[in-house]
Design a protein around this ligand. Sequence first.
Ligand SMILES: O=C(O)c1cc(=O)[nH]c(=O)n1[C@@H]1O[C@H](COP(=O)(O)O)[C@@H](O)[C@H]1O
Length: 271
Amino acid sequence: MTFIEKLSAVWQSQKTQLCIGLDPDLAKFPAHLQGKPDAILTFCKEIIDATADTACAFKPQIAYFAALRAEDQLEAICSYLRERYPHIPIVLDAKRGDIGATAEQYAREAFERYGADAVTVNPYMGFDSVQPYLERPDRGVIVLCRTSNAGGSDLQFLNVDGKPLYQHVAHLVADKWNTNGQCALVVGATFPNELAQVRALVGDMPLLIPGIGAQGGDIKATVEAGRTANGTGMMINSSRAILYAKADETFAQAARQVALETRDAINRYIV
Ligand SMILES: O=C(O)c1cc(=O)[nH]c(=O)n1[C@@H]1O[C@H](COP(=O)(O)O)[C@@H](O)[C@H]1O
């Protein structure tokens, strides 16, 4: 099954377009996990088990693991997801971008070492920097388009030939890079107007939409702008608001509660 097939299947079977971000921050862990050698693995497994039926994807952010020399725990988490929840795609959030030869190594890291179904990539270096990921047609390539942060406007809003740069990225990916039908775009929930513009430009292409929860994006505005005609097309990501809903032994149940509420809030605006 390709990434896109897997995503479409889980949208239908679980009736959810919530993507749960795995951004493990030891400083926010409950006291009983502090100082434990495999704290990140234990924390993420409990979150996954508590929320899997609410998620259309899990998105581990690689920096949170690499900064703590915890790549082995990220590998174990990806293996756990593949074994226990093979119907839920793993999106490795790495935002890679480099010359082709180096990108090939990053592609191997994402798809072979971690076994991710999809990876986030930066389009700034152009086609040959993304080609190694595109050469695996069963895997998803999720390209940054209009990011959720304020500083994204510095470049993404630049007017180029009469339209903002992020719209050129949307066109480029939809019309040129997506020959295998494996691409998706990142558009922040914090920019619903731009989200609607991108949706209008790319048809039914899936969109990874971070920025609800801790970054304050509005769920109603996000869903109304981001959904496709058949009411799907979105992986709406929340990380911190779910992971750190509570910092005691009940953290996983608290995460489940927020995940359920977020999934239901998204579904409320799907028509
Ligand atoms: O590619 C991403 O996932 C991403 C793109 C973007 O424009 N903004 C953004 O916040 N992200 C990621 O989405 C997650 C958002 O986390 P929360 O703000 O805690 O929900 C983080 O892992 C970010 O690295």
